[in-house]
Design a protein around this ligand. Sequence first.
Ligand code: ZN
Ligand code: ZN
Length: 260
Amino acid sequence: MIIDSHCHIDGDAFDEDRDAVVQRAKDAGVVAMLNVGTGDPHSDDFRKAVAVAEKYENVYASVGVHPHDAKLYNDVAENHLLELARSSQKVIAWGEIGLDFYYDHSPRDVQKEVFRRQIRKARELDLPIIVHSRDANDETVEILTAECSDDGFPGGIMHCFGGTAPMAEALMKIGFLISFAGNVTFKKADDLRDAARVVPLDRLLVETDCPFLTPVPFRGKRNEPAYVEHTARFLADFYGIEFETLAKRTTDNFMSFFRL
Ligand SMILES: [Zn+2]
Ligand SMILES: [Zn+2]
């Protein structure tokens, strides 16, 4: 039994064979997947993300505007996402939201403002947040510490962790879970593994972020939820524990975090 805490199986990459992908995940022991909606909040992208969760028993959804698309966020977008979040019991989080200063697809000041605004919206709905951060460690920690340090915060997941050990520690201090994706298995990812060293088992999650970031040994192919096992096996080896232990602990973390 294992969880894929972050995937994008609503995307076009899976239009041809989504049923088979979900079945292969099930066969591989994946008991739940969180399908994270992304795209243009003025299009039907998010409706599709929620529809996929509605269709499959073990698929959940989250809605929220990615930092790439922060420039598209406005009242109309927000109301659309609010309506979707309220429309289905399968929507269990708000995200992915955050900062991406690697691609800079939206201006940085807009990314920051929209990140804060969405954190507050998620809090109104009492939904945990899924956070994306790339090349913006300090700014991400600063905003999350300012917005999420109090007791009423419904919790968050730092997805596809790409920061440093001190960043992981700062986020865990304010209640975040840390999720690792396939890139932790890459040869050059020593920094990432240094960070993984400080994350205790009760704060750990694994994810595919598919169709991206395919773990070794499938690197170069389309990623899918069934492959989350390879990232989990890699981390279990790294921590020197049994795969089954890591799989069970990360599953328990996900289930209790979302009260499923
Ligand atoms: Zn992301
Ligand atoms: Zn993602």
